[in-house]
Structures are given as C-alpha cells and as structure tokens.
Design a protein around this ligand. Sequence first.
Ligand code: SF4
Length: 337
Amino acid sequence: MKEAMLYTATGGGTVRCGLCAHRCAIKDGGHGVCGVRVNQGGVLYTANYDKVVATHVDPIEKKPLFHYKPGSLSYSIATAGCNFRCTFCQNYHISQWTHDHGYDLPGESVPPEEIVRQARSAGCETIAFTYTEPTIFAELAYDTAKLAAPHGIDGVFVSNGYMTAEMVDVFGPLIKAANIDLKAFREASYRETAGAKLQPVLDSIRYLREKGVWVEVTTLVIPGFNDEDAELKEMAEFLAAVDAGMPWHLSAFHPTYHMLDRTPTGLRTLHRAHDIGRAAGLKYVYCGNVPGNPYESTLCPSCSASLIEREGYRVRMRGLSRGHCAACGEAIPGVFG
Ligand code: SF4
C-alpha cells in the first residue's frame, strides 16, 4: 500500500480521486471503480503498488507501437485491476480481478529499482506499462519511469485513454509514447460494454499529442459492435483531424470473456476498415492479430516505397534514412533509432 497521487479530500472523510475520468468519490473504507484504490481514514491508498502480476520482455511492436523505436525491446509490466469493465477484455483474468475475485489482489512486490535493473539487463529501450490499465497503477509507473529516464529508458503507456488532464500533465514529461485504445465511436457502446464514456478518451488522445507524447491508436474491430462504415469513418476522421500522421492499428477480434456471441473479425472487414482510414486521410493504417494480412509494413505515403517490413514481430528497416523515406525524402513521423 502506498498513498495515492492526485486525490483531494472533499470533507467528512470522503476523497475524490483525480487519476481517471471516473473521478470517484470514495467514502472512508470504500474502493474506487477500479477496485485497487482504497480510502482508509480519509487517505487514499493504492493497493497494487507492490502487487506486480506480469513482467515480460516484448518486442515494442507487440504494444503495438510501429513508429517508436521499431525493432527494440520493451520491458512490460502490469498489476491487477482496471477502471473499465470491457465485456471483450483479452486480459480479463488480471484486469477484472477485483470484480471477479474481490479485493485481495494477486501479485508480488517488484520495486521500481528492480524493474529498471531487469529492463537494463534485458537490453530494453523502453518500459511499457501495459496488459491492464496503467492509469490505475500510476504510482508504480511514475516511480519506475522516473528511475528509468536517466538510463535512457523511456516510459510507454498502453492505455484505454481514460486518464484526466491532470494525470497527463504529471506523466507527460515521463511517458514518451502511448498506444491508446479507441474502442468505438458511440457513447452508448462505451457505456454498455466498458462502463465508461467516449469523450474523455478522445480528449486524452488530443491532449497527449499536444503534450508531445508520441501516440498510436488501436481499435479492436468487432463484428456487429463497431464495424459499420459510418462509425469507422467517424473514428478515422477524428484521428486524422488530430494528426494524419498518427498510426491507427486495426486489430482482429476473437471471442472471449463475456463476448462470446460474435464471430472473429475476418480479413475482409479489416481491409475495409483499413481503406476507410486511408480515405479519411490517415497516412499509416495497420491491420493485425490475423494471419495473411498485407497491412503490417510501413510504406511511404508519398511514393509507396517500402520503409519498414514486418512479418509478425520480425522487423526489417529497409527504406528509412534518418526518419525520412530514402527514395523520395518524405519525412516519416515517429522516433526511429
Ligand atoms: S483510478 Fe479512476 S476508477 Fe480508480 S479510484 Fe481513481 S477515479 Fe476511480
């Protein structure tokens, strides 16, 4: 347990958490929506600071981040808990722990110093706060990212984007890249499947970019949920208006958790979504999580030269020269080694 960041006392022993857009008012003895922040005697504590449930060395492409240090390794960590309740969560066994098992959290103490040491010894260029929602383990992420920075290791968020502007203000200087999940473009979809709202996610995408964080966006394309042309077009137009150079990852859905009544996403649907993204002006639209997919590699949006070839997590940098297309000189946005 560690005292939480970004909360205020509102009187009578109640506190208001300012980490995510739920802005939970929590009475003495109560928990927030995420289940991992608890009010004890008018002080808000984070109960998952010393409860790490996952540590892995991943290719950065797995986050997915395609324009941020491609081909590098990312030390990836998570604690249990989430501020969303997505019925299609692919990591539900850890993200929905408190809802499915109660407040006795799993995990072990791995101090920030040890996380950084392990990241360095594995040759990782980044530490990714991922698998579950990093906003709800912000204190561990903050302490770790701060210790990692002097070693040239950048913090990376893989997030549902439900953080507040205050949280972005605190993390902006520490988190160099983020992949934000944009699950749908309908308030009702967010409300009914995640117990959340759409608008704060859109605000975060915009604000993170304004703060200079490198942002890529992922949409899990789910048949009958978010795959209609009109909705995909609205998503793509929003993203293109924020930054047409911001990569959009379209990922194939496979039935899981409480969403077992849909079919897996077919290649044809993903390619239709890809074409909608490109027609809306997005320069880099990728498809993933499905075999036989031709839209994994990075092509120059100006001359179509092959810049970064990907096959699964194998990466070959072919046509990039100092962040520009070697063939025509087009500047390619991102951070390239
Ligand atoms: S992180 Fe979000 S869900 Fe958790 S207590 Fe704070 S406001 Fe509530």
